[in-house]
Design a protein around this ligand. Structure first.
Ligand SMILES: [Zn+2]
Length: 505
């Protein structure tokens, strides 16, 4: 295959030798990127790194089309991240698998190295590799880590922890308590006392307090935090699933949004030596695993709102700030077109969905099941489908259910009520994944009517979009690997020397 090289003959020869050796040594089928554009000017004082988990081009465009469809006169609404002057495509594969996971991808984005699935900031030989957040801390900057899922989840953990697997939540929490970072915020901890650990290391929050952290668990106390509060760990009070924030569309006024966590982060971290802040939109991914386009779109919009808070800061310090936005991988194989709608799109009908798949399964259907034990019938679902999704059993509008859709929904409803176990490798797994059959079928039907479709309940291997504005932003144009995103960021942070030492680069 032809490769365009804009370099001297000598550089080409060196690269060719390097590539040949790398291919011989690793026998990888993956491309090896020898060189990528790096910032060479004055480092930035303030760096924001936004990671949309499971967010690739289709997730971004679905959110834009949803917003545009709500505007009268079909005015095109652009996400802020899509308006950034630098845009690049980023490949995401792990060291040992083409389709990556959040741990290997998080490690690539935090450290600039390829590692295996589930590894947290260690290389394939389990050697600890320094993260850009640790480098920032060593430089005297303040460091903040924010996520809408649990703060010990793979993506945030990749910035402060070093563990052989992402599943070691207790050990990851202990790494957090000992990190010395200044601000952790968003979701909670999954195993703070080591109940699931082979060798519990103590009470994570007690250790954190001993190490000077103030722990805040409600909105009022969170809003009252000031620069004088010292090091902070802040959790949203309501953590309905897996210690994560609710889906943005299910929020109440008590819930702290990702934008609010970001805003408070800036307030607490701003200081004369600068800061690094990573913000993850973690539930874009979870919604896509469940094939719920509306929950994914609304979390993408909440993520863009958080980017807006960083952008306000950038406007005040344009010569000292870099904002980078990327995704760690695509999820769900979401695409913007469906055989049943052919060339038509009806994004506007998505606004009829009132709750996420999670609330629908865990609350609405759970309550129905409890109240109708042994006498559940599909006809009861007709008003429920209308109320929560706008779907109609009769009529001719965009939301009217066709006979075959009603038949699909009826079958899924029966399977939900019977609580049939669905195993991987069966035809029913293709229909429903590991989720509640009726809920998945509803979101599939609504999404397809809008002209959206899914190919998977897992991640996919399509590249993601990386966007940047500010110091060194132009180096984020082009087509490059996720490990290069880290190198580019470290170059802007003035930390490339540390990385070269960390990975023998
Ligand atoms: Zn995922």
């Amino acid at each position: 295959m032809r490769k365009i090289v804009f370099r001297s003959f000598m550089a080409k020869m060196v690269t060719a030798c390097f590539l040949a050796t790398a291919l011989l040594l690793t026998a990888h089928v993956y491309p090896v990127w020898a060189e990528t554009a790096l910032h060479e000017g004055t480092p930035a004082k303030y760096t924001f790194f936004f990671i949309g988990d499971g967010m690739a081009m289709s997730q971004r465009t679905a959110a834009e089309m949803y917003m545009s469809s709500k505007e009268k006169g079909s005015k095109k609404v652009l996400l802020l991240m899509n308006q950034f002057p630098a845009q690049g495509m980023t490949t995401t594969h792990a060291a040992n698998r083409f389709i990556t996971g959040s741990a290997a991808a998080g490690t690539a984005l935090a450290c600039g190295i390829k590692t295996n699935i589930n590894y947290i900031s260690v290389d394939p030989d389990f050697k600890t590799v320094k993260t850009m957040a640790e480098m920032a801390k060593e430089k005297g900057m303040k460091v903040g880590i924010v996520s809408s899922v649990s703060i010990d989840h793979a993506t945030p953990a990749s910035f402060y922890a070093h563990q052989p697997t992402r599943k070691m939540y207790h050990e990851i929490g202990m790494d957090l308590a000992k990190s010395g970072f200044d601000y952790f915020a968003g979701g909670g901890l999954k195993d703070p006392t080591g109940k699931k650990s082979k060798k519990p290391l103590g009470d994570t929050l007690r250790v954190a307090k001993k190490n000077g952290y103030r722990i805040v668990e409600n909105r009022r106390k969170f809003m009252a935090l000031t620069k004088r509060s010292g090091k902070v760990i802040a959790f949203n009070k309501n953590l309905p699933d897996g210690k994560a924030l609710p889906y943005h569309m299910d929020n109440t006024s008590e819930d702290i949004t990702l934008a609010e966590f970001t805003k408070k982060g800036i307030e607490l971290l701003d200081n004369s030596k600068g800061f690094f802040m990573m913000v993850e939109g973690g539930k874009i991914d979870w919604a896509c695993h469940a094939n719920d386009a509306v929950a994914s779109i609304k979390d993408t919009l909440a993520f863009d709102e958080a980017i807006g808070v960083a952008y306000d800061f950038y406007e005040k310090h344009p010569d000292e700030t870099l904002i980078v936005v990327t995704g760690d991988h695509e999820c769900g194989g979401l695409t913007l077109g469906f055989a049943g709608t052919a060339y038509a799109s009806h994004f506007d009908i998505l606004k009829n969905q009132k709750v996420s798949f999670k609330v629908f399964t865990n609350k609405i259907m759970a309550e129905y099941k409890k109240a109708h034990a042994g006498k559940a019938q599909f006809e009861d679902m007709i008003p429920i489908l209308k109320k929560y999704f706008g779907l109609e059993a009769a009529g001719k509008g965009q939301l009217a259910l066709k006979d075959y859709e009603l038949a699909e929904l009826r079958r899924a409803f029966i399977q939900s009520m019977a609580e049939v176990k669905i195993n991987k490798g069966t035809a029913d797994y293709l229909l429903y994944g590991g989720y509640d059959p009726f809920t998945v079928k509803i979101t599939h039907v609504l999404n397809r009517k809008a002209g959206l479709a899914w190919t998977s309940y897992s991640h996919t291997g399509v590249p993601v979009l990386t966007s940047a504005i500010g110091v060194g932003a132009e180096t984020f144009n082009g087509y490059y690997d996720n490990t290069d995103v880290a190198k580019k960021l470290m170059a802007v942070m003035g930390a490339l020397g540390e990385m070269k030492l960390a990975v023998n680069w």
